[in-house]
Design a protein around this ligand. Structure first.
Ligand code: SF4
Ligand code: SF4
Length: 197
């Protein structure tokens, strides 16, 4: 029949319209709990997340700007995992990582920790290669994407202080990755300890 397609389309639109209100009633008082369903493949009707008042959780593998992981010593001191080996800056495709190394003035040997570490976050393309290649699990991809600023020229080159985060933060945003790496580390240490001296 001529125009049947238009009628079918209107019925589908009407169903979505009604579903929106039925789902609103169904999830009354449980709005934040409903995000996963109402933004997923089982969604019915139309649902808008009221960002920034509301936020969708990001998946563990979501990546934005890298950060440097440090351990906390027994007296709360910051122990960098980064040894300033420079691998991350070599593999970084747009070359947006700069590392400042230093030598021990007495021995002349390199100190295995960077005195400065910079990432130009305007150039970083969030590829995650630095984190993939780091042999010391010292650089990881952050979930924090809310980095807008009024002062791009000075604030978008992150220094070591700005980039550093405790290992507990890493464990909180990437728990599965953290557990996997810790178990690999424990296995390696056990294998090393079991070798005859
Ligand atoms: S973050 Fe990793 S790869 Fe980059 S300099 Fe430090 S230890 Fe090396
Ligand atoms: S995420 Fe990619 S572009 Fe950004 S610093 Fe790491 S390697 Fe470079």
């Amino acid at each position: 029949m001529y125009g049947s397609g238009v009628i079918k389309g209107m019925l589908v639109t009407g169903k979505h319209f009604l579903d929106t209100y039925i789902e609103d009633i169904r999830y009354l008082g449980r709005r934040s709990e409903s995000f996963a369903t109402r933004q997923g493949v089982k969604a019915k009707g139309v649902f808008t997340v009221q960002y920034p008042e509301e936020r969708l959780p990001v998946p563990e593998e979501f990546r934005f700007i890298p950060f440097l992981v440090y351990e906390e010593g027994p007296e709360g001191q910051r122990l960098d995992r980064c040894t300033s080996c420079g691998i991350c800056s070599k593999v970084c495709p747009p070359q947006c990582i700069w590392i400042v190394r230093s030598n021990n003035p007495e021995t002349g040997r390199p100190i295995p920790e960077p005195i400065e570490f910079f990432i130009d976050v305007d150039i970083c393309m969030n590829c995650g290669l630095c984190a993939e290649y780091c042999p010391f699990d010292a650089i990881k991809m952050d979930h924090d994407f809310e980095l807008s600023t009024y002062d791009r020229a000075r604030t978008n080159i992150f220094n070591k202080e700005r980039l550093s985060r405790p290992v507990a933060y890493y464990a909180s945003i990437r728990p599965q990755n953290y557990r996997r790496e810790e178990s690999i580390r424990a296995e390696k240490e056990a294998a090393k300890a079991s070798k005859p001296a």
